[in-house]
Design a protein around this ligand. Structure first.
Ligand code: PHE
Length: 341
């Protein structure tokens, strides 16, 4: 009997340790103390004893019964406390200052393209500059060798403000200030929003982005210009891009060029985006006119330089296959959130 009691006790202790919740405890109670439980089973054996031995065995069984009942109630209490602690703890785990979980935004395709270009040009030693959107006529025109009443002003249908200032028609408007700020030698790019009074269609908007670049140093020539343009384009498109250079007229460069790329929307066959020509004007450029350098305070005996005015909006359209420029300014999130960051 003694051994049976010990074995039962050991069995109970193990089961108790494993009981994780009140349901398991109840099952344990029924299994040991229930009418058909283990303890009741032991009682059956009492019949096999008599006299003093029977009395003693009865006492032992009862003691075991009491021990089990006590252990069960202690454990039940401990479990209840633990469950309560957990509840209190989880109730304290909220943050009244946490903002609601709004869906994450996405970057505009122009921003994505601009950042990619900045990364490439920074890698080639260029500084990135920012400049105003409202400038004066000197910055936008005169300092770029476009005097008042010069026909070249007609190329850019300009928004004039009442106070005589203008909305920047091109990023070149920052050339003078940046030359004055840094002097030579100088390598800088300056992306910016530009405004012209355009009639709007699939490839013209009154608001668009350019990225200007200038490099001024000793012995800078057209080959430097072509090298930087090619390196940049092949990095942006990660493929060989067909380009062509045509002569182009801009009063602030001499010689001046139009750099066109093969239209990537139609593959060169002609579509509304490229006005059916198969080519897109992407990057007017040229050697900075000596007069522009002089007005920027640069010694033209020692330094020469090139400048380019990359059509950032157009580049983003090519890069992402955006057929209509109006999609970029319409603020339509359904369209804009589709571009991978
Ligand atoms: N600023 C000129 C434009 O927007 C482009 C340009 C920039 C041309 C730099 C040559 C050099 O039309």
């Amino acid at each position: 009997m003694q051994e049976q009691l010990q074995a039962l006790r050991a069995q109970f202790d193990t089961a108790l340790r494993q009981a994780e919740d009140s349901t398991a405890l109840e099952a344990l109670r029924v299994g040991f103390l229930g009418k058909k439980g283990h303890v009741a089973g032991l009682m059956q054996h009492l019949r096999e004893f008599s006299g003093e031995a029977k009395k003693e065995a009865g006492l032992l069984i009862n003691r075991l019964k009491d021990d089990i009942a006590q252990a069960l109630s202690l454990r039940a209490e401990a479990l209840r406390q633990a469950e309560l602690d957990k509840l209190i703890q989880s109730a304290g785990q909220y943050d009244t200052s946490r903002p609601p979980q709004a869906p994450a935004g996405s970057y505009h395709p122009i921003t994505l393209t601009q950042r990619e270009l900045e990364r490439i040009f920074i890698g080639m030693g260029f500084a990135v500059e920012d400049y105003n959107e409202i400038v004066n006529e000197y910055q936008c025109f005169e300092s770029l060798n476009i005097p008042k009443h010069h026909p070249a002003r007609d190329m850019q249908d300009t928004y004039y403000l009442d106070n005589g200032q203008v909305l920047k028609t091109h990023t070149s408007a920052a050339q003078n200030a940046i030359m004055r700020k840094y002097g030579a030698p100088l390598r800088a790019i300056f992306p910016g929003r530009c405004f012209r009074n355009e009639s709007i269609d699939a490839c013209h908007e009154n608001t668009f982005f350019q990225m200007e670049g200038i490099m001024i140093d000793r012995d800078i020539s057209i080959s430097n210009l072509i090298y930087f343009m090619k390196t940049m384009l092949s990095e942006v498109f990660r493929q060989d891009i067909k380009v062509r250079l045509r002569p182009g007229f801009f009063p602030f460069v001499e010689p001046g060029f139009e750099l066109d790329i093969n239209c990537l929307i139609c593959g060169g066959e002609g579509c509304p985006t490229c006005k059916n020509s198969g080519w897109l004007e992407l990057c007017p450029c040229g050697m900075i006119h000596p007069r522009v350098l002089e007005m920027g305070g640069i010694d033209t005996e020692e330094f020469t330089g090139f400048a380019f005015g990359l059509g950032l909006t157009r580049l983003a359209m090519m890069r992402y296959g955006i057929k209509d420029i109006r999609d970029l300014n319409a603020g339509n999130l359904k369209v804009l959130e589709q571009f991978p960051s």
